[in-house]
Design a protein around this ligand. Structure first.
Ligand code: FAD
Length: 334
């Protein structure tokens, strides 16, 4: 089968790889001139945290996410698998209890264990939750590695062009929020992030700091770089970070460790996550294409499991009721 994949974000690239690995002839079209900030994927934290994400999602996300975590470990050598640490200051321990009630696969840890995991946090947190089976990656390195893998397999990525209509090819639309013209119930959720440089601070795994108003996470990127994220704002405006968000992200980083007060701000980024009303991902047939969309705040975590299912639908005619639905617009027309 010949397949056109629209979009070179994490969904498009993982789908292209799965399809090609199963023998399809694939080409990818990306409207931007290169892998980069046109894709929401560019701004992701890269946390592969199926059990932490359970806090604000359904068991489906943990199931698909556990599959995704394994996929990344097998397909991307840069995947780090050393868990997630969740902490809260003494006045916010109620947040920690709630987080624990809503999640699974963690160990409750005291200050000694926090120190053993992250020595730089010694004496700062008396309680935490450790999710040992979670991982993380650098999204930009992961996208580049996927693109390189596709090139090795002879799968072209045609940059700078919208996918042209092609007779005789199946179309897999992974265009993120741009698909809103065809998927009317898709919406944007803005996420703002910072990239900070602080070589003096050694943190080896994602650390989430719970707080009733501004929960934050810090993901180490190596070489003294830290991604600090992320806001969740019901908006599809991706041009600028607000002063309030900047203040909150920096204050929370400082509350995690005061050394962040000395960090250099390397990058300020905003991406817009595409989400359906229930914040769950979909494989949906609409307008003659199969869409993979609505990856919301879990795109790296979920993309591999969705890619496998998209390949199963296109190449084997399989159905996956847990992620497939009808286009509500087409239902109305019928
Ligand atoms: C601040 C922030 C932090 C996040 N942190 C995490 C995290 O830690 N872990 C996690 O799993 N997820 C995280 N996410 C979510 C994740 O980034 C998204 O779910 C994911 O990037 C969505 O990927 P996508 O491929 O569907 O869309 P995108 O990455 O947006 O890719 C779509 C691509 O399609 C292209 N395109 C659009 N229209 C066309 C067209 N007509 N022709 C050709 N190309 C087209 C676009 O240019 C774009 O490159 C985060 C998101 C944000 C904003």
């Amino acid at each position: 089968m010949r397949v056109t994949v629209i979009g070179a974000g994490v969904a498009g690239l993982t789908c292209a790889l799965e399809l090609s690995a199963r023998g399809a002839s694939v080409e990818v079209f990306e409207r931007a001139p290169q892998l980069g900030p046109a894709a929401c994927s560019w701004f992701a934290g890269g946390m592969l945290a199926p059990w932490c994400e359970r806090e604000s999602s359904t068991p489906l996300i943990a199931e698909l996410g556990a599959e995704g975590l394994t996929w990344w470990r097998e397909h991307f050598a840069g995947t780090v698998w050393n868990g997630t640490l969740v902490v809260a200051h003494a006045r916010d321990t109620g947040e920690l209890l709630q987080f624990g009630r809503r999640t699974a696969h963690f160990e409750s840890v005291g200050s000694q264990a926090v120190t053993a995991l992250e020595p730089e946090l010694a004496g700062r947190f008396s309680q935490g939750l450790y999710f040992p089976e979670e991982g993380h990656l650098d999204p930009r390195a992961a996208l580049a590695a996927l693109a390189a893998r596709l090139a090795e397999r002879g799968v072209p990525i045609r940059f700078g062009v919208d996918a042209p209509p092609r007779a005789g090819r199946a179309v897999l639309d992974c265009s993120g929020l741009a698909a809103r013209a065809r998927l009317a119930d898709l919406r944007g959720v803005k996420g703002e992030m910072l990239l900070l440089r602080l070589p003096e601070l050694q943190i080896s795994r994602p650390v989430r700091l719970l707080h009733p108003r501004m929960p934050l996470y810090v993901v180490p990127r190596g070489q003294g770089l830290f991604m600090v994220g992320a806001t969740m704002i019901e908006s599809d405006e991706a041009t600028r970070i607000s002063a309030r968000s900047m203040l909150e992200l920096l204050s929370a980083a400082y509350a995690l460790h005061p050394a962040f007060g000395e960090a250099q701000i390397i990058e300020i980024g905003t991406g817009v996550r595409a989400a359906f009303p229930d914040n769950l991902p979909r494989l949906r047939r609409a307008g003659g294409s199969l869409h993979v969309n609505g990856l919301y705040r879990h795109g790296f975590l979920l993309a591999p499991a969705l890619a496998r299912r998209a390949a199963g639908v296109l190449l084997e005619g399989r159905r996956y009721p847990e992620v497939m639905d009808e286009d509500p617009g087409e239902r109305r027309l019928a």
